[in-house]
Design a protein around this ligand. Sequence first.
Ligand SMILES: [Zn+2]
Length: 323
Amino acid sequence: MRLAETVTFGGSGLDRAALLRGDEVALAAALADGRGTVLPIWRGKPLMEDCDTGQRLVWLSAGHPMLTEAVAERLFLGDDDGALRFAADISAWQPEELNAEQLDSFADQSRQAHPTAQDGQFFGELRLSMTLLTPRDAELAATAKAMLSWHRSHRFCARCGSESRMAQAGWQRTCPDCSAAHFPRTDPVVIMLITHGNDLLLGRSPGWPEGMYSLLAGFVEPGETMEAAVRREVEEETAVRVGHVDYLASQPWPYPSSLMFGCRGEALSRKITIDPAELEDAFWISREDLSEALAGRHPSLMPARKGAIAQFLMENWLADRLD
Ligand SMILES: [Zn+2]
């Protein structure tokens, strides 16, 4: 698909400067002399501010008081046109007023203002901001969020159970006891446009906001191709059989660490029998009705939010731009 990398989080050509990851002296020098700046992330939410074009990330100097709350290690993200970019996890900070229920909601609308931040700077949910950031900021934020989440959930060696340590500026963890090296994980997920003639298969999961429907999706299993995963997931969830499958586009999705593979598949059957453990509902929607829904004119249907690859694939299907 020619437009593949125009999807949100679709890649901005960031130079990840992997050769610098092992050069602790150079990275420390950059942080000390101001060429290196740090993006603080609090419980998965990057520090941002509003600007003329939407929103942008806020980069702090290494000595900023907000970063004294961070774990000692800095994650090196890359060379952003001459500026070396880092991220730090400051999740230990406890805001005075915190609505835990809101933080765990489907799309957390709350913003947290750190006492050492400037006016207008806030920690915000990336799902709400992803289409307001430049592609470069979106790539940096997605990378930082996914990586810091991996460090939080992989503190111990999977081989021997000892506490492991960050290495290679955050791109590895190594075990001091058994010397095992652990690398950040990315989980492949297929998400599919399943069509039958003029119709597209949509489903909704239990717990989604009312009226929200999207493309079916599921994790690729070990030993399975993407194509086989598409056929298996669709048949498991809806009993619809799928024939030919094509790959279209991919999207890094840092919730917490997925890589979404957008695919297209041709249905061989139409009858839907949902698996209630996975889906609350599924149905075939015509191009005309989907077009109304994406324009916000459908009386009851709310398609996947802007920025998600599901909406990107649906819009390009309607516009015949999948080639
Ligand atoms: Zn170990």
